[in-house]
Design a protein around this ligand. Structure first.
Ligand SMILES: [Zn+2]
Length: 68
């Protein structure tokens, strides 16, 4: 199975269509950090955020339980 085609990315500054793998905008030269990974907040970042919030929640729960 082949990977799903990525949607055409656009430069956030000038709006020029940029290929997903391109590191810099061909029009204005803006470096695109999204080209290095899956996205600014990709699936990995989303799960990392969720796990971090869960850990913080559990730690707070333990502190509250220990304080009683
Ligand atoms: Zn641009």
């Amino acid at each position: 199975m082949t990977a799903a085609p990525q949607p055409q990315a656009h430069c956030v500054v000038c709006g020029t269509a940029v290929a997903p793998g391109t590191a810099k905008c061909p029009s204005c030269g803006l470096s695109r950090p999204a080209a290095r990974g899956a996205g600014v907040l990709g699936r990995q970042g989303f799960w990392f955020l969720g796990v971090t919030l869960l850990v913080v929640y559990i730690v707070v729960l333990l502190i509250v339980a220990a304080a009683r």
